[in-house]
Structure formats: C-alpha cells, structure tokens
Design a protein around this ligand. Structure first.
Ligand code: ZN
Length: 153
C-alpha cells in the first residue's frame, strides 16, 4: 500500500533538505533519498480520494453518499467505479458501524511493554518537583486550547 511507505522522518528530511543540492550530492549512493522513488504523487492522490469520499459520505450531494468502489489506474488514467453492492447477510461490518470502542472487539490487545513504559513515565512524573509538573500541565492544557484565527487587514 502506498501510504505504508510514508515515513514522517523521511518526509521531514526531504522537506528540509530537498532544496539543498549539496546535501543530496553528499549522500551515499545507496541512500533512500537517491532511489528516485516517486510515491509522493500517489500518496497525495490517495489522500485526496479519501478526503473526497469522506466529504461525499458527510455532505451527500444530490443525495449520493456512497459512489461505490472507486479504483484509479494511473496507466491509462481511468477511474473505475462499481455500483455499491451492499453487504452480504453474513457480513459483520454493518453491526459494528459507528460503535468504536463499544464494539466489544479487541483489535490489538494489551501491550505490556507500553503499559510498563507508561507506568514508568507516570511514576517519574509524580516524583518531579511540583513546579515542573505544573509547567507540564500548563503546556498540555495550552496545546488543547482552541486557536484563534488571526486575520490581517
Ligand atoms: Zn460488508
């Protein structure tokens, strides 16, 4: 899948370094940035189709919320569309739709190492000086606060 090749670190490096020819020239010949893999356009295309499908489901223009399966073929530039078929009677998904954590399904299970790391962080946080804990809390709350839109005239 195209999106699985996405790496935040690599994308960040590309953004910062792509404008520096000297940086690219200094990379080893087998470096990932020298592979000439051009998945960026495909990733953006897939993201765009996902956003458009989400909008269609929410807005339902002309009463159409589900256009059916859409498959874009880069070569020869065709978008296949199949009519929605609906689910078979044995399909589990309709009964799970919009239930989220209340579905009763355990998808990934417990991660004992993550729980242990979280507990270590929690204990470390509690043992810190109250001023640092207060600063952390203020920082966390400020990140949640809605941002005001500032417009220049
Ligand atoms: Zn189904």
């Amino acid at each position: 899948m195209i999106l699985s090749s996405y790496s935040v670190a690599l994308a960040s490096a590309i953004h910062r370094k792509a404008a520096e020819p000297a940086y690219i020239a200094g990379l080893p010949p087998d470096h990932v940035m020298r592979r000439n893999e051009n998945v960026f356009a495909f990733a953006i295309s897939a993201a765009s189709l996902e956003v458009l499908q989400m909008l269609m489901m929410v807005v339902a223009p002309l009463g159409i919320s589900n256009p059916g399966e859409q498959t874009y073929h880069f070569v020869p530039g065709i978008l296949d569309v199949t009519q929605p078929r609906g689910c078979k009677e044995t399909c589990l998904y309709p009964g799970l739709t919009a239930k989220g954590d209340h579905s009763g399904l355990v998808v990934i299970g417990r991660h004992r190492q993550a729980e242990k790391a979280q507990e270590t962080l929690r204990v470390a946080h509690l043992s810190r000086n109250w001023r640092y804990r207060l600063a952390d809390t203020v920082e966390r709350l400020s990140e949640r606060a809605p941002r005001r839109l500032v417009t220049k005239r």
